[in-house]
Design a protein around this ligand. Structure first.
Ligand SMILES: [Zn+2]
Length: 237
């Protein structure tokens, strides 16, 4: 006799979230951030405050990355970005939220939580077509719900398609990014005099973040904060 497995039975046999989102190993669903013991032990959850001052000019009122850019940590982003596992965006948002809670407990203040609106770093429309989604937008959406703030996916517009940043030096990245972003003319009213939280997945040299931050400040944002999941260890070049 053929046995038809019902949806309920299937969910009991293979409950959602029982695979480590980093290595794919089978885990039970009580694990923090859907990570197995091995992967979570190898991840660096120490946040990094980032300095984005440029020639003495302050671009971000505060700027932080939740984790370092290690081989384990970056798999979270790769899995979201290149394998299209969009459910990981919610888990990443959770890591960001917990990171800010931690800062709040440690220092007694957390400006990031005071933002009126979360704006993701936009991807160019060619990338959007290829991938079908913007990973920073997915993360920002979940983070905004958790933190009870608004989200504005189209607050910034990516004006030019920049060369792949990976092979470029810090100086070249900066040149490459110049004028790449602008505030969306339709959203100026929602940016002016507001506290804006810029969200990205990875912070490398900061060239992208700073360009976005400048565009928001030029549009009249009162304060701009930055938050990303990963920061490259080689950020200071
Ligand atoms: Zn694992």
């Amino acid at each position: 006799m053929r046995v038809k497995i019902t949806e309920t039975a299937k969910n009991m046999l293979f409950p959602k979230g029982t695979y480590c989102i980093c290595c794919g190993k089978l885990i039970d669903n009580t694990r923090t951030y859907c990570l197995c013991d091995h992967c979570i032990r190898h991840m660096d959850f120490q946040y990094r405050l980032l300095n984005n001052d440029e020639e003495g000019v302050r671009i971000f009122d505060c700027s932080v990355a939740a984790m370092g850019y290690g081989v384990y940590e970056r798999r979270l982003i790769f899995s979201l970005k290149y394998d299209g596992n969009t459910y990981i965006a919610r888990i990443i948002a959770h890591i960001l939220y917990d990171c800010l809670r931690h800062i709040l407990e440690e220092t007694g203040e957390c400006p990031w939580f005071k933002a009126d609106v979360a704006v993701p770093v936009p991807v160019h429309k060619t990338k959007m077509r290829e991938r079908g989604f913007n990973q920073a937008e997915k993360i920002a959406k979940h983070f905004a719900v958790m933190s009870k703030m608004k989200t504005m996916p189209d607050g910034l517009i990516r004006e030019k398609e920049t060369d792949a940043q990976r092979a470029l030096s810090a100086y070249e990245r900066k040149e490459n990014m110049k004028g790449a972003f602008k505030a969306n003319p339709k959203r100026l009213g929602a940016i002016r005099d507001r506290k804006v939280l810029l969200i990205d997945d990875i912070y490398t040299t900061g060239a992208t973040a700073r360009e976005c931050g400048c565009a928001l400040k030029q549009a009249g944002a009162k304060e701009v904060y930055f938050l990303s999941l990963l920061a490259s260890r080689h950020q200071k070049t």
